[in-house]
Each structure stands twice: as structure tokens, then as C-alpha cells.
Design a protein around this ligand. Sequence first.
Ligand code: BTN
Length: 230
Amino acid sequence: MRIFKFDKIDSTNHYLKQMENKLDYDCVISKIQTAGVGRRGNTWVSNEGMALFSFAINEKLISQENFLKLPLIMGCSLLHTLKKLDDLDFKFKWTNDIYLNEKKLSGILIEKVGDWFIIGIGININNKDFGYASDIAISLSTVTTKYYDIDNLIYSIINDFKNSLAINSWEYTLKEINKYNFLYNKTVKVMKGDTCIGLGTCKNIAYDGTLEIECNNKIHYFNIGEIHII
Ligand code: BTN
């Protein structure tokens, strides 16, 4: 695992995507991003005090049926590592987010370039400033008033993920993310762009990684869509 550290960069995902001769688990960390990218083309507010990093893994490390499960495996590693740090009420919000006290603590952005997956993670750790996201975001430090070593946290997260891939126990990962399922029993609508493609009560994350939503006593399975709690 090679570590590339920056004080300031446009986006750690962008840097790794462009990088030639990548090796598995090459990792880019930056204190600040000037053009942090979120999912669906959103901007990711990237202030000092956040953990802002990306790492690369070749698709050969993952069986094809696990491609869709990647954010869930990553989410599970985030939950585990954060829980070891502080035993707080961290939750996993299908498909890519970690929540704490009903607010967003962390987001995962996975991009594919050629046969490489670039896994980018932003976590609100020591920062008190969330920019335009201040109503919906929370940082670890604002809850615990502690100060955290961001680099060590990043290495622990990547190590946990590496071990999960090596052990390859999807049953265990699924049990864990369902234990911390933020959406369980919440009423939601599923949006694809401006179109509502589902409405109902969230249940579990299913074996194939899809989200179960109950509507009129029938379970529907979603593998795509932005979840809005209503
Ligand atoms: C989301 O919730 O929309 C995903 C956010 C992912 C943000 C991280 S920060 C490090 C990496 N570099 C980026 O530009 N984005 C990801």
C-alpha cells in the first residue's frame, strides 16, 4: 500500500483515477479538496479536519457478483472502525452513508476506471464547519469533543476493508449492516432523478444487497435510487 499525501488537491478520487501504474490499495489522502466530488455529481464540502481519502483496488480482487455489494462492504468497515474508536450509535444508510444522531457523518463514492475501482471516502472527524451541509451533517468531534488522529483512522479503515475482502464473508457483512440499518422501519420514497420509483416502509437489506421496501404488504427490492425519508 503506497500513501500519497497532499495538503490541498482538487479531489483524491480524481487524482487516483488519473494516476498511471496503480497498485492495489494505493491511497491518496488530502487535508483539503478544492473540488471534492459526491455521488450524483454533488459537491462534497471538503474542509480541514475531515478525513478525505481514496484508495484503488483492481476488479480482480472482487468477484463480479460482489461489485454491487462493494459500498456495503466498505460501509461495514467504516462502522467497525468508528465503533472501535467510540462506541456511539453509528448507523449505515443504504447504500453509501454513515449516520450519527440522525445526521450524515460520512459518505462513500465508488467510481470505476478501466478495471480499477476507486473508493473515495469523506468523514467528518475534527471539523466544525460543514459549509452548506450544516443542517444535515455532523462530525465526530462535535459529539465527543475529542480530537482524532485522521491518518491512523484512515489506515485502520483500509485494513479492516482489506481483511473483509480476504475473509469474504458476505453473510457476516450483511448481518452487521442490517444490525445498524438506519432506514429500518422508516417511511421513504425512492427517487431516480426527479421521478419517484418507490414509496413505502424500509425493511432489511436483502441478500443480494438490494433494499427491501414494503408497500401494501408486498416487498419490493431496489438496487438503485436516492432514498428520501418522509
Ligand atoms: C457522497 O456522500 O456523496 C459521497 C462523498 C464522497 C466524498 C469523498 S472525499 C474523498 C473522495 N474524493 C472526492 O472527491 N470524493 C470522495
